[in-house]
Design a protein around this ligand. Structure first.
Ligand code: ATP
Ligand code: MG
Length: 415
């Protein structure tokens, strides 16, 4: 029986992996210049981590999370997002005791049980960054400038940063009251999910993706109009810093974000090229999260890029593999003795950073065909005649020129 990959997941195969590697390398390089260090957390966490942070009534936890019990009955989940695990690890390792500010980045797969479609899969990768320990607008700005820097370097042209402020615990009660008032009398027009959530978490309704609900929400009061003075000031300063940093953005008062832990700055990077799933990155501030997860009262802000969506936009095909600066040499070897006699030279060339391939048997003709396909610069041919003389033939593929050299001088000749 043929076993296939799970629905909503896919293999990322060579040569596409080369494009992923290039994006990852570029991200790592830029993270370094902003002082972010890599963190790698487990893919499996206690399910409770996401219930407490992302929110028990969020779409992610309610419908999308891969939750299961281990053999001892412990409720676990495949991580649906990266921020909660990073904050969990940050608290657990006591990072705050070493340095008031932690700057961490991650790269890895996330899992959500959604309907697979263009730009939406059940396993997807995120590149994310978290700046924990500062509530300064400078931190929001730095994270957004980093994101813009990375997208520019990757050549992502068609993109638009949209920002909003979601307020804080001080502004939220008045806003909630306004939303509840708005929903009264209208709630029956919303979808069953929204109806159910309207009691516990009415804000969630504003993030519903259904066309009907979206239309209805357009009339809803905006959190933007309910900001307390501290939040309004914070938002003003973030915008001022973005302007000073020459980062173009659009204010979108309808951004609400689907995760409970967000407050103040929330943002999305939108690209029309993606169609319906148009956010290539998203993030925001989560000032209460560290405390909620058992740490001290530390603020935080971060983003996550959807790598599959990013790759759709970059259009890097046809993907080519970067072999590095060394020479590509192919060894066409006829027989076991030729293999034995060439091994030391092959190892030495590779140690010196050259890309070296060799034939695994078969005729000389078929081996040369493969050398051609791999775009070898030189082919080393060792057949029975050469073995007798302790020699090898070096053929330069571009010119077709051949030369016979002593096996002992092979590496020196090719270098
Ligand atoms: P969406 O509104 O598209 O469902 P989201 O608000 O659920 O996105 P976040 O949790 O903010 O997404 O994740 C950050 C980014 O990760 C998104 O902007 C998107 O690029 C990517 N992403 C999220 N869910 C998926 C998915 N199921 N498949 C592919 N990429 C995804
Ligand atoms: Mg989603």
């Amino acid at each position: 029986m043929k076993i296939q990959v799970i629905k909503g997941m896919r293999d990322i195969l060579p040569p596409e992996t080369a494009a992923w590697e290039a994006v990852e390398n570029k991200a790592r390089q830029i993270f370094k210049t902003y002082g972010f260090e890599e963190i790698r957390t487990p893919i499996v966490e206690e399910a409770g981590l996401f219930e407490r942070s992302v929110g028990a009534t969020s779409a992610i936890v309610e419908k999308e999370m891969y939750a299961f019990k281990d053999r001892k009955g412990l409720p676990l989940a495949l991580r649906p997002e990266g921020t909660a695990p990073v904050v969990r690890a940050y608290v657990e390792a006591g990072f705050y005791a070493k340095d008031p500010v932690a700057k961490l980045y991650y790269f890895g797969p996330m899992f959500r049980y959604e309907s697979p479609q263009k730009g939406r899969s059940r396993q997807f990768f995120q590149i994310g960054a978290e700046l924990i320990g500062s509530d300064s607008p400078m931190a929001d700005a730095e994270v957004l400038i980093l994101l813009d820097h990375l997208f520019s370097e990757l050549g992502l042209k068609d993109r638009r940063l949209e920002i909003n402020s979601l307020g804080c615990v001080t502004c939220r009660p008045a806003y909630l009251t306004a939303i509840k008032k708005f929903l009264k009398g209208r709630i029956n027009k919303f979808c069953p999910d929204c109806k159910r959530r309207s009691g516990k978490n009415p804000l969630r309704i504003l993030d519903c993706k259904k066309e009907g609900c979206r239309g209805l929400s357009r009339e809803a009061p905006l959190v933007h109009d309910f900001l307390c003075e501290a939040c309004a000031q914070h938002y003003r300063e973030v915008r001022g810093l973005l302007l000073a940093g020459h980062i173009s953005f659009k204010e979108n008062p309808r951004i609400v974000r689907g995760l409970d832990y967000y407050c103040r700055t929330a943002f999305e990077v939108i690209s029309e090229g993606l169609g319906a799933q148009d956010a290539v990155a998203a993030g925001g501030r989560y000032d209460g999260l560290v405390k909620d997860l058992g740490g001290p009262d530390m603020a935080g802000v971060g983003f996550a890029i959807g790598v599959e969506r990013l790759m759709l936009l970059l259009d890097r095909g046809p993907w080519t593999v970067d072999r590095g600066p060394g020479t590509t040499v192919f060894f066409a070897l006829l027989g076991n003795e030729a293999q034995q006699k060439s091994l030391a030279a092959i190892q030495e060339l590779r140690t010196k950073g050259n890309y070296v391939e060799c034939g695994y048997g078969g005729s000389l003709k078929s081996q040369l065909r493969r050398a051609d396909k791999l775009a070898a610069k030189f082919v080393v041919i060792i057949g029975e005649n050469e073995i007798k003389k302790d020699m090898a033939i070096i053929k330069e593929m571009a010119s077709g020129k051949q030369e016979e050299v002593l096996l002992g001088r092979l590496v020196e000749k090719l270098a």
